[in-house]
Design a protein around this ligand. Sequence first.
Ligand SMILES: Cc1cc2nc3c(=O)[nH]c(=O)nc-3n(C[C@H](O)[C@H](O)[C@H](O)COP(=O)(O)OP(=O)(O)OC[C@H]3O[C@@H](n4cnc5c(N)ncnc54)[C@H](O)[C@@H]3O)c2cc1C
Length: 432
Amino acid sequence: MTTSWNRIPRVAHAAEVTLNRRGQPLPGASHPLLAYGLGRSYGDVCLNPGGSLLHTRDLDRFIAFDPDTGRITAEAGLTLDDLLRFAVPRGWFVPVVPGTRFVTLGGAVANDVHGKNHHHAGSFGEHVRAMTLRRSAGECLEVTPDDTPDWFAATVGGLGLTGLIETVTLQLVPVRTPWMRAWSQRFDSLDEFWELDARAEREWPYTVAWIDCLNPGPRGEVGRGIYSGARHATTAPARSQYREPRRAIPLDPPVSLVNRVTLRLFNQLYYRQSVHPTARAVHHLPWLFPLDAIRHWNRIYGYKGFYQYQCVLPPHAQKDGMQALLDAVAASGQGSFLAVLKRFGDRAGPGMLSFPRPGATLALDFPERGNETEHLFRRLDHIVQEAGGALYPAKDARMSPDLFRSGFPRWEEFASFVDPEFSSGFWRRVTK
Ligand SMILES: Cc1cc2nc3c(=O)[nH]c(=O)nc-3n(C[C@H](O)[C@H](O)[C@H](O)COP(=O)(O)OP(=O)(O)OC[C@H]3O[C@@H](n4cnc5c(N)ncnc54)[C@H](O)[C@@H]3O)c2cc1C
């Protein structure tokens, strides 16, 4: 059964079709269609219960590369992993990468993904120069930000609903080495986080913070954590060999290994890890993609799976709102193993449904515990909606139509670009 990364929901598809060449006719649409990349979304944005999934992983050829300008065209099933392996030795880097490199170009466009450098580089779609989009009626549209701005704004962040993206042309950014200069520092409260962030974001293109959402800081509030900043290094360190460790969770444990005891222990240990307030050389792989070092890490949550809850709050509400969210999580006793706080830059994404926008984003992972989890999420939803924020569709399996509509006010305009034969579990859920 094909699922997404968090394994919720588990649904059956009527058909699963592998695409392996450009221009291949799409299957006849007795069921709704939807492209599927590597399923690194959480939830049902890449699932199509009762419909047909179009697997794009074999659509993964490089088409053109200009080594002088760093402009590259490739099929949409190419992974960022493959792209980085090609580009980095040639002095180029993917301008925006999410926290895993095991995503496809098509998936990165369709969710308009963001990275730790949003305040510096914006979202993925800002670096897309062209796409080809196959529609179910058979036509193939050339989509560019200048010539077809409406189609561009609908397809970037368009959750795979405007058709099948066959190719993507992306502007890479120059780098001198695969290495980065990175530092990290502990903070005791969210107030300290905001101060650190205000200073760091001017100088450091990549910034992110991990939050301990179980244990309070010295002033009694939840919000202590570790802040990190980085930039691409101009020189490699003297001994610059790097080999990524290959660890894997070999099988599904019968129950989630993430529970109150292991979480509290993990958060204590993680908070106590050694920090490096002075910048030092680190390879880009562990800094940008720490979770990729453990293959199948999603298995630690067991067969029942887990949820990620990722929201963005607008600038006027971000400070109080983030504290309220963390307080609600702490009060529920359901701490998160992964709590990531990042301030977005002052720019909205180029897509009608882009998630990145001015404000701050918090991402939390929770094991599935039925009503207890849903009860907490309703509380968090209320805080997000009151603050005028939004949930990230790429990380969602349960938001209500009302919350989607308030967070994505251009959804009706977007709906007119949806291919009549394309749909997803997410789309049917939030528009019913
Ligand atoms: C460990 C981890 C860390 C992550 N960190 C971040 C992060 O920092 N920032 C962030 O923004 N996201 C993050 N994500 C989410 C991930 O980047 C996105 O969900 C991404 O879109 C997944 O890409 P995929 O290729 O697996 O696509 P899928 O999950 O398979 O699909 C995603 C969407 O893209 C559509 N799609 C895929 N291919 C095509 C195509 N060829 N044509 C049309 N539509 C298509 C699908 O229909 C679906 O709507 C993270 C995920 C994981 C597992």
